[in-house]
Design a protein around this ligand. Sequence first.
Ligand SMILES: *Cc1c(COP(=O)(O)O)cnc(C)c1O
Length: 342
Amino acid sequence: MVLGQEKVSILNLPTPLEYLKNLSDELGIQLYLKRDDMTGLGMGGNKLRKLEYILKDALDKGATMLITEGGVQTNHGRLTAAVAAKYNMRCGIVAIGDYPGELSANLLLDRLMGAEVIIKKDDGRPSTVQYKELVNNTIKKYEAQGETVYYIPLGGSDDNGILGYYECAVELTSQAAAMGIGDARVITAVGSLGTYMGLYCGFNNENSGLQLTGVAIMPFDHNKEQSIVKLFDRVKEAYGMKINAGLKDFNIEKDYVRGGYNLPSREVREAVRLMAEKEAILLDPCYTGKCFAAIIDMMKEGKIKKGEKIIMIHTGGMPGLYTKHHRVEFEKELIDGVTILD
Ligand SMILES: *Cc1c(COP(=O)(O)O)cnc(C)c1O
């Protein structure tokens, strides 16, 4: 039994598992959505499950401030800011990249919830080196101000954070069984690997009948392959699991990256619009829209069979719809339905 480690209960669990009737009829599959976007705080998303376990560790260590890192529009940063606000801590978010020219989307929400954001231009060195340096300098700066800083790695995908998705696997297994779809295939977007790894460990270590497929939303290269194997070995030891897994056991689709991390893509916008028009559920252009676009392509390619039971995880991220570079593309496609009268 891996679960049992204490956490801080931030969420209202379980999140709903919903049948999407309109889209199922349209697509010819049985499509379900696990609503991990409906996790309350700070507009919700998958990082909150991780943060329940991470926060427990931070509070145990007497932290007064959370510092984390990510892209400029990181959802994880926004939800770290949310948790910090709720638990009376300071929050710092460190990003390498360009200021988008406006305080919008997650950046706006970060600041509304009181987080301090540190953005540094990419200087061309390996990004891990740049992040490490900037994070260390930032931690030193706040420690000098008397803060006890707790550092949370990219996406909250550490041993504590991953437990949040192990727990989700257990939760989803019993929900699916109760709905008579205990053998469905679960599909999730894959970024910093924590969500996928937590689900993988939870399903396999707890003998769930659910299958798991990941959709890489950024290039899944050799480094990433090494990372996922190393990550599994580490959590196996940390959690005391008996199961074994190697690279071939991780079922991750690599062909639906569509150019790179958080780049605009027409197919993704179409998927976002389809979900909104048929189900009134909003996806995001970086992760969940890409995941749903991949599901549609996998159906066309026969990787998903007619009538198959699919549970997509809605991992959140909707503020991303308001990032400038995505918004302007949507505007071109949708402005024709706006009538402006004198
Ligand atoms: C971070 C994130 C993911 C990916 O989760 P990882 O655990 O980093 O792989 C998926 N969807 C959204 C909306 C996210 O913010």
